[in-house]
Ligand binder design. Sequence first.
Ligand SMILES: *[C@@H]1O[C@H](CO)[C@@H](O)[C@H](O)[C@H]1NC(C)=O
Length: 447
Amino acid sequence: MAKNNGRSKAASFFSDGFFFVGGGLVAFLLVWALWSFFALSPSPTPTPTPSFSTSSFSAAVPESCDGGGGGVSGPNLRYDPPEKNFYDDPKLSYTIDTPPVKNWDEKRREWLKQHPSFAAGADRRILLVTGSQPTPCKNPIGDYLLLKLFKNKVDYCRRHGIDIFYNNVLLHPKMFSFWAKTPTVKAAMLAHPEAEWIWWVDSDAAFTDMDFELPLDKYNHHNMIIHGWPHLIYEKQSWTSINAGVFLIRNSQWAMDFMDTWARMGPQSPEYDKWGEIQKSTFKDKIFPESDDQSGLVYLLLKDKDKWGDKIYLESGYYFEGYWMEIVGNFENITERYKQVEAAEGRLRRRHAEKVSEGYVPVWEEHLKEAGYGRGSWRRPFITHFTGCQPCSGDHNQMYSGQTCFDAMQKALIFADNQVLRSYGYVHPDLLDPSTVLPLPFDYPAS
Ligand SMILES: *[C@@H]1O[C@H](CO)[C@@H](O)[C@H](O)[C@H]1NC(C)=O
């Protein structure tokens, strides 16, 4: 699996310009929040008023609320007190080629103190960050695919109360393609002091389990989570021992410093050529000479374990992201297995509002105990990553055809959309036909 998870060959991935991020915006949630504020609160007030009771906001802070509301107030989106904070420092720089922000943990904490309505759920709040290139895709269906991949992320985020930022500009003009994520993540950390985690998800990755949630408790002692295999890093020294296309990073001083160190291997840096040589000589399986972000990350794990490696969790217990080639053949069978569970479990056939879909996850879990996780499992894979497909440029890996990639993406996206559409009363009967849906009968699929 690992050896397949590399990107396509150097030539094609450089011409791809930018297959970078993917993401969206919970506009509805924000608009709703603003509206309810206007409706319930006569004027901006320094602290959330008891009458500002928005039980729907429990979605934004799922861990702190029971879903029933219980008088929990949502974040006050209109309150920014005049007392100075880090934003008022003229020396604060959002760009990646300036020294990292100092004392970021304290500055974030101060900001949260000034904005007490964000306190509930602050330790688990996530911002998903993704994006794509500023200009039209070279692949004629590239923008079509990117839109569907973006919709998929918006769907996941809406169901879980996660905010999403879709960036479609190179924040540093020289940091193209996979390097574009480092300046974006730094800027996102500064723009979102209320978020504990920044979750980078490449544009070519799709959520294929709309219910699964990141097991954040497991990551209490770590600052970065990536999909990877320790033996491939420390024994094989392979540049594909991890995948840098999806990662979770704690909004922290550690991350500020890490981004700075990592970005110094990038094309905007005077050390770029030197890092290309170092990476090439370190990783025997790396065939192209230019420094890349993934090799850079493996290098930091390998050579600077004390400084960085100990705080990076290599997740391989589930599909934190998974290579599409080993996943897409299973979607039909997984669909069938899940249908059998629904046929046997009346609680899962009950129609319900999309807002409360998280409440059904424990019921599913009762029936998924035997399913396992990851490869060989019949559990829905959490994230399917179309590594090598290059949907925007179309310069896919020559190991497979463009059609194979396209069909696989359609399948994954429809598989995911069926999980969403269920709340809206419809289903796609065919994973390769994006146009056709059927209405779902009451109590579907009763045995
Ligand atoms: C799907 O299930 C069928 C019938 O049980 C089985 O023959 C087939 O090998 C399965 N396909 C995959 C990809 O596991």
